[in-house]
Ligand binder design. Structure first.
Ligand SMILES: NC(=O)c1ccc[n+]([C@@H]2O[C@H](COP(=O)([O-])OP(=O)(O)OC[C@H]3O[C@@H](n4cnc5c(N)ncnc54)[C@H](OP(=O)(O)O)[C@@H]3O)[C@@H](O)[C@H]2O)c1
Length: 342
């Protein structure tokens, strides 16, 4: 079903922040042909009606999406709205990369608990693969339904994974993730929280402790990697910048360990990853390391022989959403992993 050996792609939710970012990346991708892009509010118009870009992409309603003409769709829709689009695409035999939370949790009852609605396709949940390529590359290559991770979980899980996999954490001590996100993390639809006067010159914690929905997603992976997710304390904050994300994570080790050994663990696990940058000891990851990129930057700081602070930086729309979605697309279709995103 390819056109001139290109992969035919559709994007649901092209008018939103992640959808627009996805399309911007796909336009530069050497192997894709964009077949359709959807918006409900601007169906019949084009992307340049909404964004200040000198190129035009026509927008259609999601119900009119020609699924028979594509190989894969990116679903950049709010949770709940994504579910029917994913179900329809899979029924049509189309591969799916879902940027929403609808297929990230493996159990339908846990999804209902956190998102307040019943899952419409528990059977499809079983086939979904969680899309962190640095951890689950082999499964991603095989899947037809890719659940692209949330932005906060991407930053926290990539930083914790080496310690979890090596079994180095004190499982009785808290894992404290203090995270900051730019306002685009809340999507394009305005709300009081993201209103300029509320957000500007302010720094607001929200859903702190264990009440943010991303706790469920992080817990699932922490447990799968051998940790104890009950120890996770998560404090997200809204920062008055457009895009960017930084998670500062405090952990306790089970045994005294030299900083160089911990740093060596990170460079060994991630040293060949094209989109992961482990900073040298003594440097700290900042938002500026990754803004407007599709990379993650991580620094490791030893506070005492058993206490570490990890700083993990991503762009919420890059490695936190669209960039990671295109990275997953590349893995799923056997392409060079950085095509279109580096
Ligand atoms: N923003 C981030 O940094 C980020 C990071 C990771 C994951 N995500 C996830 O990615 C998804 C999209 O986020 P976003 O920030 O791009 O949201 P957004 O800016 O609010 O965009 C949402 C898109 O979905 C469309 N839409 C809304 N309701 C719909 C419905 N019922 N049926 C069909 N289309 C509908 C909107 O179309 P119209 O408004 O044109 O009608 C728009 O194109 C969400 O699930 C979000 O949780 C976001």
């Amino acid at each position: 079903m390819t056109t001139n050996s290109k992969i035919n792609v559709g994007v649901f939710g092209a008018s939103g922040y992640t959808g627009f970012e996805t399309i911007s990346l796909l336009r530069r991708h050497p192997s894709t042909n964009l077949v359709f892009a959807t918006s409900e509010s601007t169906a019949g118009g084009s992307l340049s009606d909404i964004y200040p870009v000198p190129w035009d992409i026509p927008l259609i309603a999601a119900a009119d999406a020609p699924l028979s003409k594509v190989d894969v769709v990116f679903c950049c829709l709010p949770h709940g709205a994504s579910m029917p689009a994913v179900i329809a695409a899979r029924a049509a035999g189309v591969r799916v990369i879902d940027l929403s939370a609808d297929f990230r949790l493996t159990q339908a009852d846990i999804y209902q608990k956190w998102y307040g609605v019943a899952h419409e396709s528990p059977a499809l949940l079983d086939s979904a693969v969680y899309g962190l390529p640095e951890l689950f590359r082999a499964q991603i290559a095989e899947t037809d339904l890719l659940a692209n991770p949330g932005c906060y979980p991407t930053s926290v899980l990539l930083a914790l994974a080496p310690l979890l996999q090596a079994g180095l954490l004190d499982t009785t001590a808290p894992i404290i993730a203090d995270s900051k996100s730019g306002v685009s993390g809340a999507g394009r639809k305005p709300s009081l929280k993201t209103h300029f006067v509320e957000a500007n010159e302010n720094l607001s914690p929200y859903n702190i402790g264990r009440s943010h929905r991303h706790v469920a997603e992080m817990a699932q992976v922490i447990d799968a990697l051998g940790g104890d997710s009950e120890r996770l304390i998560f404090s997200p904050h809204l920062v008055p910048i457009n895009r960017g994300m930084l998670s500062t994570i405090y952990v306790t080790l089970a045994e005294d360990t030299a900083a160089a050994a911990i740093h060596g663990l990170y460079t060994e696990m991630y040293g060949r990853e094209p989109l992961l940058h482990i900073l040298p000891l003594g440097q700290l990851a900042t938002m500026a390391h990754t803004q407007h990129t599709n990379r993650c930057a991580i620094s490791v700081t030893s506070v005492s022989p058993r206490q570490l602070i990890l700083c993990s930086s991503i762009d919420n729309l890059g490695k936190g959403a669209a960039g990671q979605a295109v990275q997953n697309f590349n893995v799923m279709f056997g392409l060079a992993e950085t095509d279109g995103i580096q």
